[in-house]
Write a protein of this length. Structure first.
Length: 147
């Protein structure tokens, strides 16, 4: 019994000491190729969306550019970022995270909606959140009523 234990322990130590298999070159080169197609100002670690997690595991769940691109099976084709169906991808930085909204916030949001509608006709649009903290109170909406 003790001998079997020692043999198993030695086997585990031997396996643990073996060099790990190198990561797949196709996966590494694919990520690098996609990174090279990102527009200036957009990094793979930038936050696309965030949401506060209530309960025991409180905190913020975020989705990064790299995660979103993997999710939609993006690839680099002829120097442009495209989704799985070949539709070009565009990033759009959302507005509307105002603590105290400007006087013309409704017009700004209407312009944003119109621009997004126009872009969606031609591109796959990834909307970049304006609030990576996950605080829903900071997102665009009607301002609180004054008493």
């Amino acid at each position: 019994m003790a001998l079997m234990f020692l043999v198993r322990a030695a086997l585990l130590v031997t396996i643990a000491m073996l060099p790990s298999a190198p990561s797949s070159p196709s996966l590494a080169s694919g990520a690098k190729a996609i990174d090279s197609c990102l527009p200036s100002g957009i990094q793979p670690t930038d936050v696309v969306s965030s949401q506060a997690r209530p309960g025991k595991q409180s905190g913020v769940a975020t989705v990064t550019v790299a995660q979103k691109l993997k999710q939609i099976k993006a690839r680099c084709r002829k120097g442009k970022l495209v989704d799985a169906s070949g539709r070009e991808i565009r990033f759009y930085q959302m507005i509307g995270c105002w603590g105290n909204p400007p006087d013309d916030y409704q017009e700004q949001l209407a312009r944003q909606d119109e621009e997004l509608r126009r872009l969606r006709k031609r591109y796959r649009v990834i909307e970049m959140t304006c609030d990576s903290s996950g605080d829903i109170r900071m997102r665009a909406g009607s301002p609180p009523a004054n008493p």
